[in-house]
Design a binder for this molecule. Structure first.
Ligand code: PLP
Length: 287
């Protein structure tokens, strides 16, 4: 496996960065997780746009253009002979001194990793996920916007820890007002009386690219879709609940905090949306 690291391809074992990199010392940097279906990089423009917006927000200058990054991603896929893959693109602040000051970091580091997919097992899509809600709160949008996909993922890691302590693999975070925000690395949707609801960005959620794709797809398929705040009660009493994300795509949730959702198995509309989503990415891929 070859990793792109600051202008060259190095073997996975040799892909190392300095312990003085502020990405390592402080989580100072931004990243994207991107999916490749049949050689087609899914929603690349949207991912790059989000990357540049995240970077702009934290005053990190990415020393590459979007076209250059596109080219690097394509080269990385070629070098690893991958057509279906997960790409991790990381831009860290770079190597500086031990202080916080980012101006001591001379140049951001760019890392592109392309790997075979490690997605949830097929049977989980058939069975659905059991999840919980956790004490960890989504960071407030007025402090650091949840729209910034930064390397600082401690909230999300705490969510994972709380989930695993509860014996499940995923969980939902609320915001400080108690509205449901998102999962550790996934957005959340509920279906109530035929209407699809997902929390608006200001509640405290990453503007997921899969989330937006599902909103578009659902509208095309004739669903009513609303971005509206909702509470745990709304989740417990929803007809269907599902999560969306680059890695997970669309995955049904069948139990939340011990409350069975709907019939306790993946709902028909969730399955319909997953099928349509997978169909669409294949169609998009055969270009
Ligand atoms: N929320 C968080 C915190 C994430 O890290 C991710 C993953 O990127 C998502 C939601 C889902 O976003 P996307 O569909 O763009 O992968």
């Amino acid at each position: 496996q070859w990793i792109y690291l600051n202008g060259e391809f190095v073997k996975k074992e040799d892909a190392k960065i300095s312990v003085y990199d502020h990405g390592f010392l402080y989580g100072d940097g931004v990243f994207e997780g991107i999916r490749v279906y049949h050689g087609n990089v899914y929603k690349l423009e949207e991912h790059l746009e989000r990357l540049f917006n995240s970077a702009k927000s934290i005053m990190l200058n990415i020393p590459y253009t979007m076209d250059e990054l596109t080219d690097i991603i394509v080269q990385t896929l070629k070098k690893n002979a991958l057509r279906d893959a997960y790409i991790r693109l990381v831009v860290s602040r770079g190597v500086g001194n031990l202080g916080l000051d980012p101006t001591t970091c001379a140049k951001p580091q760019l890392i592109v990793i392309a790997e075979e997919l490690a997605i949830y097992p097929k049977e989980l899509y058939e069975r659905g996920l059991e999840i919980v809600t956790v004490a960890t709160r989504r960071n407030r949008p007025d402090v650091l916007s949840p729209k910034v996909k930064s390397l600082n993922y401690l909230n999300n890691i705490l969510v994972k820890i709380e989930a695993s302590l509860a014996g499940v693999s995923e969980a939902l975070m609320l915001n400080n007002e108690g509205y449901v925000a998102e999962g550790s690395a996934d957005n959340v949707f509920i279906l109530r009386k035929g209407v699809l609801l997902t929390p608006p960005g200001y509640i405290g959620a990453l503007e997921g690219i899969t989330r937006n794709a599902i909103v578009d797809l659902a509208l095309d398929m004739g669903y009513e879709v609303k971005e509206e705040p909702f509470t745990r009660h709304d989740v417990y009493t929803a007809d269907e609940v599902f999560l969306t994300g680059t890695a997970a795509e669309v995955i049904a949730v069948v139990k939340v905090d011990g409350r069975e959702i709907g019939e306790g198995k993946p709902g028909p509309e969730t399955q319909r949306l997953l099928k349509a989503f997978r169909q669409k990415v294949v169609e998009d891929g055969v270009k």
